[in-house]
Design a binder for this molecule. Structure first.
Ligand code: BMA
Length: 323
């Protein structure tokens, strides 16, 4: 049985639905890799919009039902990013975590010294406050857990390093880190590594993990790099210990979503499904996602459009154990 089933409306958002926002956004090339959250009774996505100049903008979209989205007509502005003292070329791949009465957005920021992970906070997705830009030399795929452990925030991240000579730096380990101020992060240990020669040789967290009674449910992406073509980006699932999330409890043997449809196989970067947002419909009174609950996973397809796949928490948990 498939743990995730594509929406028949895919792709649910294409570049054609992004309104013109002069002077920066006009007839953009692509929209993909969205962060997702249910907030204020609405489903919200933070889209990565790419223009013909290959410049990146973040733009919100909203929906009453998680399927039909309207893209806002103003781009996200995070004050303070422009005078950071170091040129930021792109801000992209935002992951959204609702925690307490606010949302934290963790985003990748490309600089001349590599990729950094920045954090912004918001309550309405109109006004943002920059919390900080971490100073790890090269890191990506940062996702903040939706609850704290005492006074510590937890996140999963993916340090980059040169894995093959001449190729862009990438990563093969998901690391658990902690912070009290969301600016300085300290690594606690490696949660999981890539599996050479299989579907997930290089890996990175997808959306922020979901709290279930069995553990933290994580959707992650894996890249198979051992083919002659470009890497194949797929999605899989893992389960981390609730009290000690550096402890991996299980991990799907196979992927649960891989490029198969034309909109995933062909585009700006072919052969990519990149899960970045996930919304769980139902939590019990103690804040655990119920196994019956529907799940919506939002993903970028071929770095070109936004797609959705659905399943249940129980179905994803079963896939962790390869059942
Ligand atoms: C990764 C990131 C993602 C992108 C993917 C496929 O390294 O840059 O933003 O979607 O590659 O190009």
């Amino acid at each position: 049985m498939r743990a995730l089933v594509r929406s028949s409306d895919n792709p649910i958002i294409t570049a054609m639905e992004v309104p013109t926002m002069p002077p920066d956004i006009d007839d953009p090339s692509a929209v993909f890799n969205p962060g997702a959250v249910r907030w204020g009774g609405r489903y919200l996505l933070m889209l990565r919009v790419q223009t013909r100049g290959r410049r990146t903008h973040l733009v919100m979209a909203e929906s009453p039902n998680g399927r039909e989205f309207t893209v806002w007509n103003e781009a996200v502005h995070i004050p303070g990013l422009e005078d950071f003292g170091e040129q930021i070329f792109h801000v992209y791949d935002p992951r959204i975590t609702a925690i307490g009465d606010e949302c934290l957005v963790m985003f990748a920021a490309d600089t001349v010294d590599g990729c950094r992970l920045g954090t912004a906070r918001t309550r309405d997705f109109r006004q943002f406050e920059l919390v900080g830009l971490g100073d790890h030399p090269d890191i990506r795929n940062g996702v903040i857990f939706p609850s704290r452990l005492g006074d510590r925030y937890l996140r999963l991240d993916r340090p980059n390093r040169e894995l093959s000579p001449g190729e862009p730096a990438s990563g093969d380990a998901i690391v658990l880190s902690e912070s009290t101020d969301l600016v300085e992060w300290h690594p606690l240990g490696v949660v999981m590594r890539g599996r050479p020669r299989y579907w997930d040789e290089r890996i990175g967290a997808g959306p922020p993990p979901i709290r279930t009674r069995q553990g933290w449910l994580l959707v992650y992406h894996g890249v198979a790099t051992h083919f002659g073509s470009v890497g194949i980006y797929q999605a899989g699932v893992a389960l981390l210990d609730l009290e000690d999330p550096v402890r991996l409890l299980g991990r799907s043997r196979d992927n649960v979503l891989e490029p198969r449809e034309m909109y995933e196989l062909v585009g700006q970067v072919p052969n990519v499904v990149f899960p970045s947002g996930m919304i769980v419909e139902e939590y019990d009174a103690e804040g655990f996602a119920t196994e019956e609950s529907a799940v919506r996973v939002y993903y970028g397809a071929a770095d070109t459009s936004v797609c959705m796949a659905t399943g249940t928490v129980g179905g994803l948990l079963a896939a962790v154990h390869g059942r």
